[in-house]
Design a protein around this ligand. Structure first.
Ligand SMILES: [Zn+2]
Length: 73
């Protein structure tokens, strides 16, 4: 999955997940309110979108969380 189109398609297909530390479980990428995207300045490879830190609001517990993106088909 080395291009942004595939990444976006995975998101559209519900295969991307973020971890909520408050709920102690993963949340679907599409089911949270995205706040910010923090690039990993130490990553210089070809797939930077996997290495961003996502800041999001969890709709279940109402807290702001930071998480790496996980892929799970
Ligand atoms: Zn939560």
């Amino acid at each position: 999955m080395s291009n942004p189109g595939e990444f976006l398609q995975a998101g559209a297909d519900g295969k991307l997940w973020l971890y909520c530390q408050e709920c102690n479980e993963v949340k679907n990428f599409n089911a949270v309110e995205h706040v910010n995207c923090i690039a990993n300045e130490n990553y210089w490879g070809a797939e930077p979108w996997w290495h961003d830190t996502r800041v999001f609001n969890c709709k279940e517990c109402g807290t702001e969380q930071k998480s790496k993106i996980e892929y799970a088909p």
